[in-house]
Design a protein around this ligand. Structure first.
Ligand code: NGF
Length: 289
């Protein structure tokens, strides 16, 4: 059975400090209501690249404590600062995370040798498995099939979180590495990734839309493609409405509509305007209620 992971959000207070109870509420909602297979902690949806090292650690710890073994956990530790990535990886392992993930080092257009060395250094001396976080549109780093092959030579690297709309590369990855895990990360294109043999999906919108995504996966596995299309169609109207309303703050606003106190996004992300609040209420009423 393919797995579904929510990319956990980080709740903030209005002054941009971490709102611990908000993170706990979202973890509980994912476990108790979504019955989610796992949580991806500290990724893009967690707004992690805007957090200090101490705040990133705090988020891993809150998620770990609140999950209490009831779901899989993956800590995204990637950073352009290798020393920070190593420190975060060590911290996550010490907390008890069995799997970490890391975006390739970004911004400076590193060579592939430098990228490979970054992953090997993060993993050195740690008893943990790693999923590469491939998200070229945001990181600016595109890995080729041959480069994935070289990274996968490290036996601790067990797969990839693939947030990329290159379906040719996805198919070639699946064919070349049947034993590696591939988790797809573009929620609105799940329908196109399912036939390519993905092991599951990790995404932001599953925080609110897990039931529909699970039904889509089940329909796909039952061979009911008409149902798969219908479910993806509703999901896409929901996802595109969220994107139009500013996705991360809006996911939190919809959570608030449901009584889950998800807090704010961190500046420079927007604080909600009256218009965004109205938009989120409408999204909740149309697609979630
Ligand atoms: O948020 C992004 C940016 N992508 C996420 C996901 O792939 C990454 C995706 O769910 C992620 O969740 C994380 O690292 O925390 C989108 O939000 C969704 O498909 C709407 O476009 O690309």
């Amino acid at each position: 059975m393919k797995k579904l992971y929510s990319a956990l959000m980080t709740a903030f207070n209005e002054d941009d400090t971490i709102n611990e109870s908000g993170i706990r509420e979202m973890v509980r909602y994912n476990i108790d209501h979504n019955h989610i297979d796992g949580l991806y902690v500290g990724g893009s949806t967690g707004e992690s690249f805007m957090l200090s090292t101490a705040e990133r650690k705090q988020a891993y710890k809150i998620a770990y404590d609140e999950t209490a073994g009831k779901a899989d956990l993956i800590a995204q530790v990637g950073s352009v600062n290798l020393k920070e990535a190593k420190e975060l990886a060590k911290y996550a392992v010490e907390l008890g995370y069995k799997t970490i993930s890391a975006v390739p080092p970004f911004y400076y257009h590193f060579t592939f040798e430098q990228i490979k060395d970054y992953y090997d250094q993060i993993l050195a001396g740690l008893d943990v498995q790693l999923i590469i976080y491939s998200i070229p549109a945001l990181s600016g780093v595109t890995l080729s099939l041959a480069e994935f092959a070289k990274l996968f030579e490290n036996p601790k690297i067990i797969g990839v979180k693939y947030t990329n709309n290159d379906f040719l590369l996805l198919q070639r990855l699946r064919s070349a590495f049947p034993d590696k895990k591939i988790y797809f990360g573009t929620d609105e294109m799940l329908i196109s990734a399912l036939p390519l043999g993905i092991d599951g999906a990790i995404g932001s919108t599953f925080n609110l839309n897990a039931a529909r995504a699970k039904a889509e996966i089940a329909s796909y596995e039952a061979g009911d493609m008409k149902k798969v299309f219908e479910l993806q169609d509703v999901s896409n109207k929901f996802i595109l409405a969220l994107i139009d309303n500013d996705i991360y703050p809006s996911l939190k606003l919809v959570f608030e509509e449901m009584g889950v106190h998800a807090g704010y996004s961190k500046a420079p992300m927007s604080k909600p305007t009256a218009e965004m609040r109205a938009g989120a209420k409408k999204i909740y009423e149309q697609y979630i209620k």
